[in-house]
Structures are given as C-alpha cells and as structure tokens.
Design a protein around this ligand. Structure first.
Ligand code: FES
Ligand SMILES: [Fe+2]
Length: 450
C-alpha cells in the first residue's frame, strides 16, 4: 500500500534543504515519491488535454492520457466537446485505440457495446435477449472526466471533482495566455497531429527545463551557436524577465540585451500587427512587440515555447505546446503540438511548420540536445549515494541562482512576480514549493505518521 506521505524525518530534511535553495536529488527517481505524485499531483491538478481546433466537426475525436487514465474527447452533435474515460463500462476494455478521427459511434472490440458522441450506451449485442428488458442503458454510459474546462481554446481536465476552477488555477497565467493565444482574430489552430515519443527522463526535470531554465540554452544547445543560429553572447537567453506565478506556473520573457525590439512582434507578418494591437491591452502589446522568445509552463506538466526561427529575411514564429506524461519515475512520454495564428498567411504557416520540425519536433536539433541531457540526469540519480535520504553524501541539486539576492522588478508591465533576468531559479523553486505543498497535503489523514 502506498503511504499517504513521506516519513516525518525525510520530510523535515526535505523542507530544510528546500528552504536553503537546494533539492535532494533522490526526489527524481524515488518510487515512493512517484506514487505520491500520481495520486496527489496528477490526481488533483488541471492537465492539458487538447486544443479546440483539433475538433473540426461533430464526431471529431482525439484520444489522450491523464498519466494512466485514458481519455476520449469528442465533439457531439450539438458542437460541445465532451471528455470521457476511454474505457468500456461493460468490462473496462480500452474503447477507442485510434489517436484521432471522426465517428458517430464508438464500438467496443470485446463484446460490441456501442456508445454515441454524448457517451450514451446505445447498443448492446443481443441486448434484450441476454440482459432482459429491464436493463437500463442510461446507467451504463461512458464515465465523464470529473472536471473539464477551456481557456483560450485550451481544454484541460481534472480528476478531482472538488478541484478549484481552471480559471482560478491558471490565475495570472490567463493574462499571458490572452497575449499568446488571443492576439489574433479567430485564435490559434493546431496543425497536423501531436508528435509523441518516449524519453528517459523524470517529468519534473522536463517541466522545469522548459518552464524555468533558460540558463541551459547556451551550453546544452551550443551547436546552435556554432551553426550561427543563436547569438554568441553567453548571456543571450538571460535578458528579459522571469515571471513567477501561483500554483507553480511561470514564464520567461526573453528579449534583446537592451530590452528593445529586434524582430518586432516576433517576426510575424507586418499585416498582422494592427490586429494584435486591437486584440491586446497596451501592456500585452508592448511585451509581445519586443520579446524574442516566450518559454514557460502551467504546472505540473504543460510547457510551451514561442520562438523565432529561420534566417534573416525568412524568420517565423509559432507556438509549441507539450505535455510531459509520466510513465514512471524515469520515463516520460512527450506530446508535442504545433500551433499558429489562424489568421496568418498560408505560406507563412507552412514555413513556420518546417522551422518547428527542425527545432522542437521529434528529430529537431534542440529537442535532441535536451533529450540526451534529461537521460543523463536520471541515469546519474539512481545510485546508492544519490538515493540516501539522510543526505550523508550532500546529494542535493543546486537551485541557488538568484536566491536571496535578486529583487523583483516592479516596472514590468505584466502580472506575477517578475525578476529582471531569466538566469534565475525563481520559477524552479516555486515549482518545487508547490510540489511539496501538494505531496504533503492531507498529512494528518494518515495514521502511519507519515
Ligand atoms: S468489455 Fe466492452 S463490450 Fe464487453
Ligand atoms: Fe533546451
């Protein structure tokens, strides 16, 4: 049986080290921690499922996962997007195994029960003869995901029926979603299907790598500097602001060294700029117009990056959203979406897609750099020295960048606590603090004293 929390002594050591800006390395690979995370982090927080543009017409569906819970999302005949546990109510078979498609009914491969796009059970093979006429089909419909909500076209689910609302959970991140996803008439669209692959990694490392760590860019992605794609200045990914938000969310707003615009509105076509200015507040337009890269995340496992790619005269911007689905303490399934303004010209969209494939797609240059690093982190975090919970070997990771000596910048025009640099561990520390809050909740519920 999984205990409700960690033992008292381990928790004390953990809290003490975190208050010093350090994180014991064993939290990455400890099986007990992983079980707690499944229950207390992923069982209670909002997780990204799909974008509304993935559902073109009634019957359009996609299948997703909330860690180990299979999810079927489908647009019903009234145009509403519904989300169900993708499991037949007869004996639990995985109902729809295709990634996406269009259907009027979903029929189980085991005994043939079938469901409509509202999740209602509409067909039982030889029904009346084998179950009698009394069996009430309305009691055997697909089980809905307890909470489903959408913000700026982004559909999230929550397995906790008592969870706070999505809007409350996103908090200040809504302002940045409004800026990134709500800047164009018609919003954004997903192109293609999400790419996915399995990486040797812990989900906390991958989330943190995107949400909180521009510091790695100059070293892990050194080849891009050598190829002339990234600047030579080792501080280049540190200029701008790192913004910390509640519930472990955060965004890095990376600019030029001066903070002034080099590629206005991220090199989007000039014809789109008046539309951005019409849809955004002056503060949002100011930030959007002079930022080079936005990279951040919604805790626990949604990350995003909005970069500029290409060569001078052929620069493009797009949005890459990704979910880190844990498959174990040392394994992650990466789900990776390409998104772009619906209102952008078609040839621009196509060029931007090529830029995405070459950088953050499965085989992209930047992706391969990171995948190799994440594997190295877990490979070196499984041994006896690292797993010692008493920390006799000083087996802690360093989160001291900017710790206690960099003050927030009150002049930053967006919400959240903004620090005047992206080379700082402020978001990482906030993610770990929220993680600790979640995994220690209900500490008094367990008699084991956990
Ligand atoms: S398990 Fe689906 S019809 Fe029997
Ligand atoms: Fe990276």
């Amino acid at each position: 049986m999984t205990r409700n929390t960690l033992d008292k002594k381990t928790l004390e050591v953990l809290k003490q080290k975190m208050s010093e800006g350090l994180l014991p390395q064993w939290v990455l690979t400890d099986p007990e921690v992983y079980q707690l995370e499944l229950q207390k982090v992923f069982g209670r927080t909002w997780q990204f499922l799909a974008h509304e543009s993935e559902f073109k017409e009634p019957g359009s569906y996609v299948t997703r996962w909330m860690v180990n819970d299979p999810v079927l999302l489908v647009k019903n005949s009234a145009g509403e997007i519904k989300a169900f546990l993708n499991s037949c109510t007869h004996r639990g078979t995985h109902l729809c195994t295709a990634d996406f498609g269009k259907k009027k009914t979903f029929t189980c491969a085991y005994h043939g029960w079938s469901y409509n796009t509202d999740g209602e059970l509409i067909g039982i093979v030889a029904g009346d003869k084998v179950y009698g006429e009394e069996m009430d089909k309305s009691e055997w419909g697909l089980r809905p995901i307890p909470k489903v909500a959408m913000y700026q076209g982004m559909i999230f689910g929550n397995l906790d029926p008592d969870a706070i609302s999505l809007e409350e959970y996103l908090g200040d991140m809504k302002w940045y979603f409004d800026m990134l996803l709500g800047r164009s008439d018609g919003g954004m669209e997903v192109r293609g299907v999400p790419q996915r692959w399995v990486a040797q990694a812990n989900w906390k490392s991958t989330s943190e790598n995107f949400s909180a760590d521009p510091y790695h860019v100059q070293t892990a992605h050194r080849s891009t500097v050598e190829m002339g794609i990234s600047p030579k200045d080792p501080l280049y990914a540190g200029y701008g602001h790192q913004v910390v938000m509640e519930h472990g969310h955060g965004i890095n707003v990376i600019t030029s060294a001066t903070g002034r615009s080099i590629h206005r509105y991220q090199s989007t076509p000039e014809s789109m700029w008046p539309m951005f200015e019409r849809n955004l507040t002056p503060e949002q337009a100011d930030i959007l117009s002079r930022t080079t890269v936005f990279v951040g995340g919604v805790y626990p496992n949604l990350s995003f990056v909005s970069p500029i790619h290409g060569t001078e005269g052929h620069l493009h911007n797009y949005l890459n959203f990704r979910v880190w689905r844990p498959l174990g303490p040392d394994k992650v399934e990466v789900w990776c979406w390409f998104m772009i303004d619906k209102a952008a010209p078609e040839d621009y969209k196509q060029e931007a897609y090529k830029g995405y494939i070459g950088s953050f797609g499965t085989s992209g240059t930047l992706e391969q750099d990171d995948t190799e690093i994440w594997a190295r982190v877990v490979q070196a975090s499984k041994g006896l020295m690292v797993r010692d919970k008493e920390l006799s070997y000083n087996n802690v990771s360093n989160y001291l960048m900017g710790f206690g000596h960099v003050d927030p910048d009150p002049s930053f025009p967006g919400p959240g606590v903004a620090y005047p640099t992206c080379y700082i561990d402020a978001i990482s520390r906030s993610m770990h603090e929220y993680w600790l809050e979640l995994i220690t909740k209900d500490i008094n519920d367990s008699e084991e004293g956990c």
